[in-house]
Write a protein that binds this ligand. Structure first.
Ligand SMILES: *[C@@H]1O[C@H](CO)[C@@H](O)[C@H](O)[C@H]1NC(C)=O
Ligand SMILES: *[C@@H]1O[C@H](CO)[C@@H](O)[C@H](O)[C@H]1NC(C)=O
Ligand SMILES: *[C@@H]1O[C@H](CO)[C@@H](O)[C@H](O)[C@H]1NC(C)=O
Ligand SMILES: *[C@@H]1O[C@H](CO)[C@@H](O)[C@H](O)[C@H]1NC(C)=O
Ligand SMILES: *[C@@H]1O[C@H](CO)[C@@H](O)[C@H](O)[C@H]1NC(C)=O
Ligand SMILES: *[C@@H]1O[C@H](CO)[C@@H](O)[C@H](O)[C@H]1NC(C)=O
Length: 682
């Protein structure tokens, strides 16, 4: 390259920068004052699942089925928060009315945020990430946000499922407050008005909340912290929200926002003191493609250029925009209406599922369950991932089958793995579920054993274990007592308990027993892995009841605390040990705490551990009348009810002579954990 040309190229950007610096003084920031009594598309960028309807912003998907969803609504223009010329950071004050509603109140989570961020295009992940933070954490998140959180996410040290917090660059709040102190329940569905004020002089952020539209005198949350390190020259402001397998809806009704603290009339100082002799600022700037898009001031210079062409485009755009918004509105309402009618899972096309699983390719197999093989399915149009269960069905009557399916399809709870759809074709039954990236509890607890590593790492922190116990109790309470038609799960075990991104329990395979042939004894094709979870009376009579589920739950709880399988071989060639017996033995010796999983290295809360073990034992009582129901269990774990008195010695049961095999016989029959046992009980 000609050296002279090179010089010119190098010099041009320098001149250009000087030029913009020279004109900067004329463009010093002014206070912003926005007011949206209702919202229009013109002023907002909607990201993810957010939408606008009747002037109200909905931030998460509006479907009557649990979904994981995240969305954000961001004011289009960047807002100046910092003036480098005078080294001042703006104060700000905002007010908005929101509501958090729910089709199914037991399926709540996760909440919404008001945020200020330099970024206007990335949306965060669903779930505990509140649509604010990308779960892969690949990009550094920068934001100042106030969260209105409706779910306790232990990942982020949340105190409870109803709290307000100030978050900076992380969802672990700097400080949280309980709106209940003002008798405000965030997920009540009522309109709540929030005021957030930051005073840069006092270095103080205050959040006020009220069911009414008059601002309370005292804030609910007050944080003394200098935000000037975080409020950069230009920032975007907006709202985000997320759900995680829940039906919670997040609406923003209206909003006003203003910045304060920039003086309105400013002296024209030129801090760089660039003498005007080098660059005549009035000259048209050289036509160099501007790569530094951060410096928005460049635009102001180019503005004088060819005003005619842009304005022509504007007219075309406005006309085009008007027409397409009208059109869009029409189809949108139609779509919403449709989706309101067809709430719940849908029927899939066989072809669609075949394609999404690469023709049921072996590389897509996630696992094998009692019901059939599970495949990972990728749907390219929507970019979503699901799990597809495939089995051959021998059901004679399709209508009967579909009516059973519709019962399952209506089940909704945040601790259930949600059914997304089904397909019955070509003699096959395919069920489509949410995909759970963290796999099953069984995997998490025992992976190292199965893979032969002998690591002593704690696979699951104590808080997660307790949280899983509560989640599972909540799901079973729902199935047994809260849903319209009682559902007995029949197959509660660790491999059926999935873990979502925040290690919350999600019970899978519910209701599948209903889809199997009714007259077939559930024991006729029993895998040895299920053995330790079955209540004695189930083994005897083959009849599943609420109480047999409670028994299985008890075994799972003991596994969670002890990190041992329900039936495990003691030593290399030792005898098989039943977990319930083992824990009960320790309890009789007064050494209950000795049952704790050694991999936790003593890092647990002893009272909680005792509580969980005693709940486990009382559920696994051989005498079904001694077992609590699931609601009671949930209350005990939540500290809302007293624990049960557990007999020091395991109650013994005398079986009627019809039982062909004793439990010990069954236990010693299961040599390899995957062998199928053929047992007939008449
Ligand atoms: C919203 O956009 C319209 C059209 O661009 C504009 O007239 C109005 O002032 C904007 N409102 C706010 C609060 O920025
Ligand atoms: C800007 O102001 C802050 C305090 O508001 C001060 O700490 C900082 O040193 C100042 N910076 C400059 C360049 O004056
Ligand atoms: C984000 O802001 C920049 C600068 O104002 C703008 O050019 C860009 O179009 C915005 N992106 C979105 C997705 O709104
Ligand atoms: C998180 O960031 C990665 C990398 O930038 C991106 O591929 C992914 O889609 C993001 N996830 C979400 C939920 O936005
Ligand atoms: C905002 O919307 C709520 C609910 O529609 C309403 O009660 C409230 O008066 C509105 N506030 C303002 C300032 O318009
Ligand atoms: C700018 O610099 C010149 C000398 O280069 C000096 O005489 C003048 O006072 C400076 N102006 C300001 C505003 O600092």
């Amino acid at each position: 390259m000609n050296p002279r040309k090179l010089l010119v190229f190098l010099i041009f950007p320098i001149i250009f920068n000087l030029a913009s610096a020279a004109t900067a003084a004329a463009h010093s920031p002014e206070n912003v004052n926005l007011d949206f009594p209702f919202f229009t598309l013109r002023n907002l960028t909607l990201l993810g699942d957010s939408y606008l309807r009747d002037g109200v912003v909905g931030l998460t998907r509006q479907l009557g089925v649990p979904s994981s969803s995240s969305g954000a609504a961001i004011y289009n223009n960047p807002i100046p928060f910092f003036d480098p010329e005078t080294n001042t950071t703006a104060s700000f004050s905002t007010r908005f009315s929101f509501s958090i509603d729910n089709v199914n109140p037991t399926s709540f989570g996760d909440g919404l945020t008001f945020f200020i961020s330099p970024n206007n295009q990335t949306l965060g992940s669903a779930g505990g990430y509140l649509g604010l933070v990308n779960s892969s954490q690949l990009t550094k998140n920068t934001f100042v946000a106030v969260e209105f959180d409706t779910r306790q996410d232990l990942h982020f040290d949340d105190p409870d499922e109803n709290h307000v917090g100030l978050d900076i660059d992380s969802l672990i709040s700097i400080k949280t407050a309980d709106p209940m102190l003002r008798s405000i329940n965030l997920k009540s569905g009522n309109v709540i008005t929030a005021w957030i004020d930051y005073s840069n002089d006092n270095r103080k952020t205050e959040v006020f909340l009220s069911y009414s539209t008059s601002k309370p005198e005292t804030p609910i949350l007050s944080v003394d912290l200098d935000l000037s390190d975080y409020l950069k020259e230009f920032m975007f402001v907006g709202f985000s929200a997320s759900t995680e397998g829940s039906t919670e809806l997040h609406y923003i009704e209206n909003w006003s926002f203003r910045t304060l603290g920039f003086s309105q009339i400013r002296p024209r100082i030129n801090p760089h003191n660039v003498t005007d002799t080098t660059v005549p600022p009035l000259n048209p700037p050289p036509q160099i493609p501007v790569s530094d898009s951060n410096n928005r001031r460049h635009k102001s210079i180019g503005l004088g250029l060819g005003i005619g062409i842009p304005s022509f485009f504007c007219v075309v755009l406005v006309v085009f925009g008007y027409v397409s918004v009208k059109k869009w509105k029409g189809t949108k309402t139609e779509k919403i209406l449709k989706s309101e009618l067809i709430t719940g899972p849908r029927q899939f096309d066989y072809k669609e599922l075949k394609f999404a699983t690469r023709g049921f390719h072996p590389s897509r197999i996630l696992g094998h369950g009692a019901f059939g093989t599970v495949y990972k399915a990728l749907f390219p149009e929507t970019g979503t991932i699901s799990a597809v269960k495939r089995s051959k069905h021998s059901h004679e009557s399709k209508t009967e089958f579909l009516s059973e399916l519709s019962i399952i399809a209506c089940l909704r709870h945040k601790n259930l793995v949600q059914l997304q759809g089904w397909c019955v074709e070509k003699g096959e039954l395919l069920l489509v579920y949410e995909f759970m990236p963290n796999g099953s509890l069984d995997n998490v607890l025992y992976d190292y054993i199965d893979n032969g590593y002998n690591n002593n790492n704690n696979p699951l922190k104590w808080e997660y274990r307790y949280n899983i116990a509560i989640g599972l109790a909540s799901a079973l309470t729902y199935l047994h007592q809260e849903c319209e038609q009682q559902v007995i799960h029949r197959d509660v075990k660790t491999s059926n308990i999935m873990l979502d991104g925040s290690y919350n329990a999600r019970l899978g395979d519910f209701g599948l027993a209903r889809l199997m042939d009714h007259d077939k004894s559930p024991l006729s094709t029993l895998t040895a892995g299920t053995m330790g979870y079955l209540a004695p009376e189930y083994l005897q009579y083959g009849k599943a009841t609420e109480k047999t589920d409670v028994f299985s739950y008890g075994v799972v709880i003991l596994e969670l605390v002890c990190g041992r399988r329900p039936i495990e071989r003691e030593g290399q060639n030792g005898k098989m040990v039943n977990l319930v017996d083992w824990v009960w033995g320790l309890y009789s010796e007064g050494n209950l705490v000795g049952a704790a999983d050694g991999r936790m290295k003593g890092e647990f809360e002893e009272a909680g551990l005792r509580k969980m073990l005693l709940v486990g034992l009382s559920c696994a009582n051989p005498d079904s009348s001694g077992r609590p129901n699931m609601r009671r269990v949930l209350q005990i774990l939540n500290g809302e009810a007293e624990g049960l008195v557990v007999p020091r010695k395991k109650p013994s049961l005398t079986f009627s002579n019809s039982l062909p095999l004793s439990i010990d016989d069954l236990v010693s029959d299961c040599g390899s954990p995957d062998s199928q046992l053929e047992i007939r009980i008449d």
